[in-house]
Design a binder for this molecule. Structure first.
Ligand code: PEP
Ligand code: MG
Length: 587
């Protein structure tokens, strides 16, 4: 019984603000469960039939995916699935599984133990190519096991939740999170993850309170337990006492009136007391968020992360499908701008067809512009759709993950080719459509003067700039203590970027999560940033902060911060200067 248990408080990382209380639904580790059962002689035939049915279904699924991938991405990618198919067609291995069933084991256990042994044998041989083959066997093993046990995808379960629940999981991918519906999922909490992982960012967009990096929440909570998720302080309370429940109910009311109160500033400019203005825009992950951008009083969309158009689906989106999406956003937000970032796949967001990438370091691998330039067919389709949408609104294009000048020049060449094609087809687009880059690698900061000659704006991607500068994975709770936005190396790189932009006559914004942290936003204001782009729900709080301070104070404190090695000292100086109360999560 949930309430007869003792109250337990777990501490993690505040990933998305807000408070919620409800019953838990637990999704444990993602690996497929393998039931074990000794079977009777009379059951053998039935188990073998189940095995064959699951293998046939797996082959059917593989064939379907293969055809889609071949049509949309090319034969070389489709070959992965041929390799998987061959594994299932290997009669010797299947005979081994059957003989294991005949020796008295259920189909799942028999299948898993035979395949696992092959996988281990190959892995131990050590060679990179052979290890890839082991990876193929693992993928096939999981597919057949999930067909055998009828296990469905986590994202499917999440999209179909019926009642108001608190989701507890070992891990959630950005694609899983995108499936959640605010009406059903009151909050979520996970064992792993960091504050700027895309799962956390997605939660903030959906306005679902969340705590990540709790280490063992998925084993401490059971289905049906009462749980409080405090996304402001990064706490999860399991089986709260009646007193704790009462305390949190009051706090929920206070938080709700605080957030509604902020909306009264929504139509006022983001201007300091002494008359310095910045542009305050919002980040979106889906076209459905445009209304929220408008309701929260943002002056446009400073970052549209388009990856979610590509992930969590079978196959690739067509040009027309994308055009409709971009057009609807551009039309809804005009005359304000929308900066559409070309797909930043890789890192922690993958095309479904490549669900388990074989990269050792995906954040340092085939990500962002690197993927786009290697797959110009996919890149060009997106650029065509964006350019066509520029005919109906104020659209700007931004490339992610630029680390070298050649990449930018090549991306611009591809853009020119696409424009030429559109002209020759008589398709309309905005000839003056501005192009900018994310400055999110230390390398881009160092060569910023050269990069600035080829673009109209910079948008600093602090989420990545921090992880690449401090060599601390943004999604790993174990190194979260190192992931410090106010580290002097981060602040100095940001200041350098702002100065170069000003000297080069282009504008510069910041669209990472530092814009949603009021202390960081204050420092950025003082450094002379032109634009801040934050999650829509934070925009009123950032505006409130900007309107309640002096630019001269922000400049003075930013200058001191650049010379200060103690982030806690910087926070304290800023908080004293802001002199207003905000929820912990925003500070
Ligand atoms: C960033 O890196 O700061 C950024 C805004 O991009 P993303 O979070 O999508 O990597
Ligand atoms: Mg980034």
């Amino acid at each position: 019984m949930a309430n007869s248990r003792r109250e337990v408080v777990l501490n993690g990382i505040a990933a998305s603000p807000g408070l919620a209380m409800g019953k838990a639904v637990v999704f444990a580790k993602r690996d497929v469960r393998v039931p074990f059962r000794r079977i009777e002689q009379s059951e053998i035939e039935g188990e073998i039939a189940r095995l064959h049915a699951a293998v046939d279904e797996s082959k059917r699924q593989l064939g379907e995916t293969r055809d889609k991938v071949a049509a949309e991405m090319g034969e070389s990618y489709a070959r992965i699935f041929d390799a998987h198919m061959m594994i299932l067609e290997d009669s010797r291995t299947m005979a081994e599984v059957e003989s294991k069933i005949k020796s008295g084991f259920n189909a799942e256990f028999a299948f898993n133990s035979v395949f696992l042994k092959h996988e281990k044998d190959l892995w131990e041989k050590g060679d990179v190519y052979i290890r890839d083959r082991a990876g193929d066997i693992r993928d096939v093993r999981k597919r057949v096991l999930s067909n055998l046990s009828g296990t469905r995808k986590l994202s499917q379960d999440l999209s179909e939740l019926q009642t108001d629940v608190i989701v507890i999981a070992h891990d959630l991918s950005p694609a899983d999170t995108a499936q959640m519906r605010k009406e059903r999922v009151l909050a979520f909490a996970t064992d792993i993850g960091g504050r700027t992982s895309h799962t956390a960012i997605m939660a903030r967009s959906l306005e679902i309170p969340a705590v990540v990096g709790l280490q063992n929440v998925s084993s401490r909570v059971s289905d049906g337990d009462t749980v409080i998720v405090d996304g402001n302080r990064g706490k999860v309370i399991v089986s709260p006492t009646p007193e704790t429940e009462e305390k949190y109910k009051l706090e929920m009311q206070r938080y709700a009136s605080f957030t509604t109160g902020l909306l009264k500033f929504k139509d006022l400019p983001a201007m300091t007391i002494d008359g310095h203005s910045i542009m305050l825009s919002a980040n979106i992950e889906s076209h459905e968020e445009v209304q929220s951008v408008i309701e929260h009083g943002a002056q446009g969309i400073g970052l549209y992360r388009t990856e979610f158009i590509y992930i969590g689906r079978e196959g690739l989106p067509t040009e027309d499908e994308q055009y409709e999406i971009y057009r609807s956003v551009a039309e809804a937000i005009k005359p304000e701008p929308v900066i559409i970032r070309t797909m930043d796949l890789g890192g922690d967001k993958f095309l479904s067809a490549f669900e388990s990438p074989k990269e050792m370091n995906p954040y340092l691998g085939w990500r962002g512009i690197r993927f786009c330039l290697a797959r110009k067919d996919i890149f060009k389709t997106q650029l065509r759709a964006i350019l066509r949408a520029s005919a109906v609104g104020n659209v700007k294009i931004m490339y992610p993950m630029i680390s070298g000048l050649d990449e930018l020049i090549e991306a611009n060449q591809v853009l020119e080719e696409v424009k030429e094609d559109l002209r020759s087809e008589g398709m309309k687009f905005d000839e003056a459509c501005e192009v900018g880059i994310m400055v999110e690698t230390p390398s881009a900061v160092v060569i910023a003067p050269e990069l600035a000659r080829h673009v109209k704006f910079f948008s600093i991607g602090s989420n990545d700039l921090i992880q690449y500068t401090l060599a601390a994975d943004r999604g790993n709770e174990k190194v979260a203590y190192l992931y410090e936005p106010l580290h002097p190396s981060v602040l100095r790189l940001i200041k350098q970027t702002i100065d170069v932009a000003k000297e080069s006559g282009i504008w510069v914004g910041l669209c990472g999560e530092m814009s949603s942290d009021l202390v960081c936003a204050f420092i950025l204001l003082g450094m002379g940033i032109d634009e801040l782009s934050a999650s829509p729900y934070v925009v009123p709080a950032v505006k409130d902060m900007v309107r309640s301070v002096y630019f001269s104070d922000a400049q003075r404190i930013a200058t001191t911060a650049l010379e200060t090695t103690d982030p806690a000292r910087i926070r304290q100086m800023v908080l004293e200067c802001i002199g207003r109360e905000f929820p912990d999560m925003l500070l």
